[in-house]
Write a protein that binds this ligand. Structure first.
Ligand SMILES: [Zn+2]
Length: 98
């Protein structure tokens, strides 16, 4: 039996993804149409931001308790905010299409 079949890794969840997507949605609302909202650009923004922030994996059965203990939440939220702002700017200047 394969290792990945033996254990249920679907229980792993990167909390950073939820936070980044939420922040991306919020920040895009404040930008005008010079920022492209096509699927390619928006997913690219999410990827750029997620590669900047520290991953925040948790074992979903344990809830957010572990995550809350493991980090300074405010500092992390600030990091997410900054990473998303930089990602939007990067993709705006250099979209992955013409
Ligand atoms: Zn685009």
């Amino acid at each position: 039996m394969a290792f990945t079949d033996k254990y249920d890794f679907d229980l792993l969840k990167n909390e950073a993804e939820t936070l980044v997507l939420h922040e991306l949605e919020r920040q895009l609302e404040t930008h005008d149409e010079t920022v492209c909202r096509c699927n390619e650009c928006v997913v690219d923004m999410a990827a750029v931001a997620l590669n900047t922030v520290k991953p925040l994996y948790r074992f979903s059965l344990l809830g957010s308790l572990y995550a809350a203990q493991a980090m300074n939440q405010q500092a992390y939220a600030n990091g997410v905010q900054k990473a998303v702002a930089q990602a939007i700017e990067k993709v705006r200047k250099n979209p992955s299409h013409d």
